[in-house]
Write a protein that binds this ligand. Structure first.
Ligand code: NAD
Length: 459
């Protein structure tokens, strides 16, 4: 762990480790992944405790939203490491014959990983898994806003992982600004778009590639034939998980006028079933991270009309799951990502208007459609540009390691999870090997009509 701003020498020593070949052998990579798994397994109670201190995160949500995703990613990487890292043969056309061509993944070097506060374990360790699997060194910068978890990461990581290859830096804006002046081989950032721009600007100084895992307003569309009970149950779950502080939580709902009341009633019932009559007192419901975000969310309640919830507990920084109707598209709650347990429900005349509404805005990180219609499903998949898309559920694509995860446009750039993460944090080096004989003289001068014809024929 390092708290001093002498980041230059820390990165220099990581660079030396990388140059020495320490991270190259697959056995070393496997060993680090195994150590990471052991770190999580042996410290589940301490991790839960830190997440309770930061977010009052229920234990089951710690497993669901943080640990089980990491265990699955580690296992998937362990299983596929050999296949991902070996040469990938590609077809060599006639002009290149006799010869062989392949793509050779190689590690990049030193990767900076910056995480956000809402899933403060998962968001720094999920990128660390492909960083290590691909044979890189890494600097981890957890979010200072989830301070207990950041401290715990800084304590645990040096105890389990090879400090010659992985370092943790703690700090807020000043420290991060200093850190970003250093040259990295990749910067992997998760957080909001404003800081995303700062990160990208700093990386541009060194022509360092970036992955930006940002957020946005993820819409949920209820088609006219949707199963409302199932939609309500899944929407409530996805919106209440971590008190709505989830980058892919359904941000708002688009529904046709005749389904609005039945959907709201169904959501009310689901809230009752999941969190009981006093949602603010439920131990299964997280708190808002801090006072600043609590006040930001409270201000959203000024728009439209509260039809479900709306109660606040200022002292404990809790906001009841709340449904808003009659909000306008230019109200702040529809202009910014909600990132909390407030769900505006807007009416649209049908799929045409729903798709047009989404397309008129920035591309979201996730989009959801509840429908029984194959036609609506096809249309949504074809016409809605979004990082991730889920039909008849929310969030669940996160459980499929083979599905790349990441945004598009304003919701981010670059994808990870599974092989996508390995490839993202590797350089895919193109290699061609020619046989020395026989030589086809067609490409060499002197040029001639015959050679020209032959070249065309060879394609
Ligand atoms: P945050 O405040 O924790 O910031 C993220 C990181 O940026 C932290 O490490 C922080 O130290 C650093 N940082 C903050 N200000 C900085 C500055 N001025 N200069 C340099 N570094 C700075 O997180 P946040 O921005 O509040 O995150 C919330 C956003 O993240 C939401 O929009 C959410 O949707 C998005 N998010 C996206 C994903 C994803 O996987 N795509 C996951 C979680 C959150």
């Amino acid at each position: 762990m390092s708290n001093s701003p002498d980041y230059g020498s820390m990165i220099e020593s990581l660079r030396q480790s990388f140059a020495s070949g320490l991270t190259r052998p697959l056995d070393w990579r496997r060993g680090q992944l195994y150590a990471l798994e052991r770190m999580l397994k042996e410290n589940e109670p301490a991790i839960s405790k830190a997440l309770v201190a930061d977010l009052a995160k229920p234990e089951q949500e710690v497993l669901l939203g943080e640990l089980s995703l990491l265990y699955a990613e580690i296992r998937h990487a362990q299983r596929n490491l050999k296949r991902w890292s070996r040469a990938r043969r590609v077809f060599t056309p006639m002009v290149g014959q006799p010869g062989r061509s392949w793509v050779q993944p190689e590690p990049l070097g030193v990767v900076l990983i910056m995480g956000a506060w809402n899933y403060p374990v998962q968001l720094v360790l999920s990128p660390l898994i492909p960083a290590l699997a691909a044979g890189n060194c890494a600097v981890i910068k957890p979010s200072e806003i989830a301070a207990h978890t950041a401290d715990l990461m800084a304590e645990l990581i040096p105890r389990y992982l090879d400090s010659a290859a992985v370092q943790v830096v703690l700090g807020a804006v000043d420290e991060t600004t200093e850190l970003l002046k250093q040259r990295f081989d990749h910067v992997f950032y998760t957080g909001g778009a404003t800081v995303g721009r700062i990160v990208m600007r700093a990386a541009a100084e060194h022509l360092t590639p970036v992955t930006l895992e940002l957020g946005g307003k993820s819409p949920a569309v209820i088609d006219s034939d949707a199963d409302l009970d199932s939609a309500a149950r899944r929407l409530v779950w996805g919106k209440c998980l971590n008190a709505g502080q989830t980058c892919i939580a359904p941000d708002y709902v688009l529904v046709q006028p005749e389904q609005r009341e039945p959907l709201i009633q169904a959501m009310q019932q689901q809230l009752e079933a999941m969190y009981g009559p006093d949602r603010l007192a439920s131990g299964d419901y997280a708190k808002i991270i801090n006072r600043r975000h609590f006040d930001r969310l409270r201000a959203y309640l000024a728009a439209g009309k509260v039809v479900v919830g709306g109660r606040l507990d200022e002292a404990r920084e809790r906001i009841e799951p709340t449904v808003l109707v009659d909000v306008q598209a230019d109200d702040p709650v529809m202009q910014e990502e909600v990132f909390g347990p407030i769900l505006p429900v807007l009416t649209v005349s049908g799929m045409d208007e729903a798709v047009a509404f989404i397309r008129a805005r920035e591309k979201p990180l996730a989009a959801y459609l509840f429908t029984k219609s194959k036609q609506s499903e096809r249309r949504f998949v074809d016409e809605v540009s979004t990082g991730n898309l889920c039909i008849n559920d929310v969030l669940m694509f996160m459980s499929v390691p083979e599905l790349p995860f990441g945004g598009v446009g304003n919701s981010g750039m670059g994808q990870y999870h599974g092989k996508a993460g390995f490839d993202r944090l590797s350089h895919l080096k193109a290699v061609m090997k020619r046989s020395r004989f026989p030589e086809l003289p067609v490409r060499f001068a002197p040029y001639s009509d015959f050679k020209m014809k032959l070249l065309r024929w060879l394609g």
